[in-house]
Ligand binder design. Sequence first.
Ligand code: FCB
Length: 452
Amino acid sequence: MSDPSPRFPDGFVWGAATASYQVEGAVDADGRGRSIWDTFCGVPGAIAGGDTGAVACEHYHRYPEDIALMADLGLGAYRFSVAWPRIQPEGRGSANQKGLDHYRRVVDRLLERGIVPYVTLYHWDLPQALQDRGGWPARDTAYRFAEYAGVVHAALGDTVRHWITLNEPKVSSHAGYGSGIHAPGVRDLDQRDRAVHHLLLAHGLGLQALRANGAGHQVGITLDLSPVAPAGDSPDDLAASRRVDTDSHRLFLEPVLRGAYPSEVGAPFVGGTAAELVRPGDLELIGAPVDFLGINYYRRMLVQATPTGHLRAEVVVPDGVPVTDVGWPVEPDGLTELLVGLRAGYPELPPVYLTENGAAYPDTVAIDGTVHDPERVDYLHRHLLALHAAIRAGVDVHGYFVWTLMDNFEWAEGYAKRFGVVYVDYADQRRVPKTSARWYGRVARGNALPPR
Ligand code: FCB
């Protein structure tokens, strides 16, 4: 008999996550510089509906209200990101004090309300000035990141104990410089590879900068991971699924956890060249131990071989599996499989946080003013059961952050896709907690799932 209302380990962290460009708006406030997303939003056709993050949820000004919402729900942690262009408008040099003061106020308010801050230093909003000097394909950007990390840590490290260097570096490199569907919209495999290594180097150098003054601080990185399987039983599908797994996951996991690129990726990562992309000492920095691994889980990847494209592979949605409003299959068992598989495959796996998990559905406000989202409640419930199963199987998971606190700017999808547990009416910035917010609040307060 399965447990009717599974409990989570004592001290398990329940939180919500956001990212600066997706929620803050106020792009001209207090000396903020431009980011690559401000620029990309100006490219015709880049963002659905021509949307931009210029206003977003006005979280920059409304954070007290949003923190009060989290406190009312009983959440114990908030994962948010610092906008680099607010701290160093030109991506280098001395800090913009007003930017630092803003995040100091956010952190102080969180602590007043008993909510632990988890700070992500980079969630995709690179200062445009650094892109103008080459962006992530330029090695110097990694050093600039370390400088920035040190500046933020010096300002907030007295009270912030939990730090995430990068969010999903794969998306920064592969979508930003490979497919070009994200800022800065570059399509060039050579630049993509260079971006991969320099993002990882930024993580390693950032880790070093944070460790320099942060005794007792917990530092990690967040990767987006999925179990990968072939769509059919042909050898071609199997080979294609291995290529996708290597390119999307092992290319990041192995340098971070083992200090080595997977041998099959070859040059320029293994064996040198491309003007010696990987230099002596880089992998020692990248592979320095982290205190935790942040994992964002949304879906499984089912892979089919195709004749074209760089990996000769495409990710397909299995028949008969429900999908969310962004077309991602709902596969909670994939979360258990992912975590148990990581534990088996990586003896060096540190403690894990689920730093994102959630779903987009086309929510609407009912005539009585409520937003009822039973599909999202079901999604969260199933994924938390799957998480619980992984913990029972021995995976050391310390916390869970729902993506996301409130509907926001969903990158290339604009505002059309709603991932929040809180509804945002963009006409007047009204926040309406959805049914899922209340449900999630009960889970957080009780540290247990309600009976099904
Ligand atoms: C993740 C991103 C996050 C959000 C969710 C839906 O890849 O980290 O910002 O867009 O997907």
